[in-house]
Design a protein around this ligand. Sequence first.
Ligand SMILES: *Cc1c(COP(=O)(O)O)cnc(C)c1O
Length: 235
Amino acid sequence: MTLRTRYSQVISQIKQAQLEFNRPTASIQLLAVSKTWPASRLRELAELGQTDFGENYLQEALEKIEQLKALKLIWHFIGPIQSNKTRAIAENFDWVHSVDRVKIAQRLSAQRSENKPDLNICIQINIDNEGTKSGISENELMQLAHEVEALPKLKLRGIMIIPAKTSRIADQRASFQHAKQLFEQLAKTFPDIDTLSMGMSADMATAIAEGSTLVRIGSALFGQRATPNKTGQVN
Ligand SMILES: *Cc1c(COP(=O)(O)O)cnc(C)c1O
């Protein structure tokens, strides 16, 4: 299947879920998660109209951002953040979905250049309290949100979650519903937030049903991230 075919399939699945679950028209944004794929694949997708790309690995992302800078794409950092990486993130990305401690937010704020627009921030919540996963627990959310909001050059946009791996749709649905509740609570204090970043290739429709405003889609667009993908071949 070609990238073009996959792209139009994903777009029509989003539209279909939007309709089926009574979500407003054009209320769900597609973030193309392009980790491991070469710049040529991203360029192909950009030529089909995709503007927003998500990357997890800084070094790899910086190379692609440089190679594709003429295209004026919108770059989202979605991976775990080490504090020695914040400068490059603040200088090269438009969004960060994975902020989960105040120290990271402070560094991003201080390192964002004065002549750039505010860096858009989502706070990552460890929604299923998994020991190994990034993200804060829900009872830390309000405090971190206030801290982000108070920092210059950052704009709080919402929250990001990755539910625990499970094959049970009901469990996923519960995680998404929980995230939606937290999002709505947060919006009472911060009425400008607009982003509930949840849903990946395997659970996109459920996430949309439960209120996602931004789905992060990798393999359904680019194909499986198998190891011998250096050629960027999509089957
Ligand atoms: C890799 C990744 C995705 C995309 O996953 P797919 O299953 O390939 O759609 C989404 N979000 C995050 C945080 C990721 O690391």
